[in-house]
Design a protein around this ligand. Sequence first.
Ligand SMILES: CC[C@@H](C(=O)O)C(=O)SCCNC(=O)CCNC(=O)[C@H](O)C(C)(C)COP(=O)(O)OP(=O)(O)OC[C@H]1O[C@@H](n2cnc3c(N)ncnc32)[C@H](O)[C@@H]1OP(=O)(O)O
Length: 250
Amino acid sequence: MAYRIDITDQIMTFTIDRPHIRNAVNSEVMEGLEQLALRANHEDIRVVVITASGDQAFCSGGDLSVFHELKTEQQAWPMLNRMGQALYAIKTLPVPVVALVNGTAVGGGCEIATACDYRLVRKHAKCGFIQGTLAITSGWGGGTYLFEALPHDAALKMLSDARAYSAEELLANGWASAIIEEDRDVDHFFASMKRVLPSVHRAYKAMALRKWQATNLKERVDQEIRQCAVLWAEPAHHMAVDGFLNKNKK
Ligand SMILES: CC[C@@H](C(=O)O)C(=O)SCCNC(=O)CCNC(=O)[C@H](O)C(C)(C)COP(=O)(O)OP(=O)(O)OC[C@H]1O[C@@H](n2cnc3c(N)ncnc32)[C@H](O)[C@@H]1OP(=O)(O)O
């Protein structure tokens, strides 16, 4: 199984479990995220946590060994759109969603974390929207969510830099909600919030949902997905992915 869903003390935790490939997203992980969104909408939970196995990577984005088979805009769009819809469903859950970023998060991995309400980042983790180095943009809605989460200049800079930032940089630009050095730092982050009733947390999340509805968040995500599919079909993208996949074959 490429993922796990566990519930403890009304906390629903989703764990990507492909550490050998740096927790890259394949269609099974996508199915898991769809399941997560469905269950979290209907079950009696207080919070959702998204994390991954091991301490090397949170997620290295789409599994390029699989998705590199998609060559045209028409082939790429269904994959991008499926994941984009799953992440939108997670972003708009009625409860707070936390990314526990246990290691590197790049490309689509950074998009998953950006779709969450909070990002708790392990001190050693490096995270970035490196899609520019593959001659594409973010394509799962994460770029749109970044402009919601960060001041305009910080969001545009992070997307345009196309490099992995250190945890200190991520705290400084506002992407990281907190840096986690030891497990008790997670408890510390939630200590005050735990004293507040789940109904109050849901009510605050509903305020955010009303804002996103009023500002056509869904439509903007759909446009991001379309734009990425167009760039995906360009030779520059396919050459860059060839370069990554063949890096050890020289
Ligand atoms: C598809 C949607 C799009 C989006 O909308 O955003 C994307 O997500 S595009 C994908 C963007 N991601 C990448 O380009 C990341 C590629 N990976 C890396 O840069 C590095 O692997 C890493 C994440 C920085 C980790 O580096 P390191 O710890 O040195 O590990 P390795 O590089 O040796 O990786 C181990 C192993 O895993 C394979 N791998 C890693 N990431 C992917 C991936 N995204 N897809 C497929 N395979 C991946 C890597 O090739 C190694 O394999 P082996 O050499 O066979 O051991």
